[in-house]
Design a protein around this ligand. Structure first.
Ligand SMILES: [Zn+2]
Length: 271
């Protein structure tokens, strides 16, 4: 298959696509969009692997989200059988989410729980030489979760040089992004960049080699689809916006992002 775009983070296995999942995925193939289907818990990870097995243009990331399924614990035995599939290219989405800690929850205990679930996935990823797909969301008006995760990854990297991955749905500052890039983590941008200027300095200040494109579909559809259900083919609007902000051709951006995805996720045959 010939690819033009890659959506490194989407969820076509979720219920929002129960009536037209096949059409949504076939549209990707028609428009040359490769995709990484990301699990948020055990069941959606298994479904991601099934889709990646069924469709040539899909790959899978498997893992446990910091707070989508708070009662589930990460069990490496459960996930070990899934990574035998060669189309599993990353562990996640995993990470820290301090934005959505509910008011009635004990913050200290919740952070401890998130750290335990996250660090066991970091160990699992490094043991199996797979990159991480990281979800990291700081509390409102702060960079707290990014700073915490960076300190952890920076010191972990000293002991485990192979540690790598991508920071999905990046909404941090340029200074935060630079720290991720310097330990070899890429940052992926969503449709958010089509409707706010808040991340223009990140898009313009990044080495193009450290950027990736994603939709996080079904969430946050880019302009001109804002407010509707998102889908992976809309990733082209993210690529167009990156090209516009950097003042280079969309072709150059599209090809470079495919190459970046090949490197970060060790996928062959995208370019
Ligand atoms: Zn996601």
């Amino acid at each position: 298959m010939t690819y033009r775009y890659i959506d490194v983070h989407c969820h076509p296995q979720l219920r929002q696509y129960k009536d037209d999942q096949n059409e949504v995925i076939e549209r990707m193939a028609e428009e040359g969009v490769a995709g990484i289907v990301v699990g948020v818990d055990k069941v959606s990870s298994e479904e991601a692997v099934l889709l990646a097995t069924k469709y040539e243009h899909l790959w899978a990331s498997i893992g446990l989200h910091p707070n989508d399924t708070p009662h589930e614990d990460f069990s490496s035995e459960q996930y070990a059988s899934l990574i035998k599939n060669p189309k599993v290219v990353a562990i996640g989405e995993c990470g820290l989410d301090f934005y959505r800690i509910l008011p009635d929850v004990d913050v200290v205990k919740e952070k401890e729980r998130q750290w335990r679930v996250f660090t066991s996935q970091v160990a699992f990823a490094t043991a199996n030489d797979l990159p991480l797909m990281i979800h990291c969301r700081p509390s409102q008006g702060s960079m707290d979760a990014y700073e915490d995760i960076l300190s952890y990854l920076e010191s972990y990297k000293k002991e485990h040089l192979s540690l790598s991955g991508n920071i999905h749905f990046f909404v941090g500052t340029l200074a935060i992004a630079e720290r991720f890039w310097s330990i070899g983590f890429s940052t992926s941008l969503t449709g958010v960049i089509t409707f706010t200027n808040d991340y223009d300095d990140v898009v313009k200040g990044a080495p193009l080699s450290m950027l990736l494109s994603e939709t996080d579909a079904p969430y946050v559809a880019p302009v001109p689809h804002r407010g509707k259900r998102n889908e992976p083919v809309y990733v082209r609007h993210v690529v167009e916006k990156i090209a516009e902000l950097r003042g280079i051709s969309e072709d150059e951006v599209a090809t470079t992002l495919l190459k970046n995805a090949e490197r970060v996720f060790k996928i062959e045959g995208l370019v």
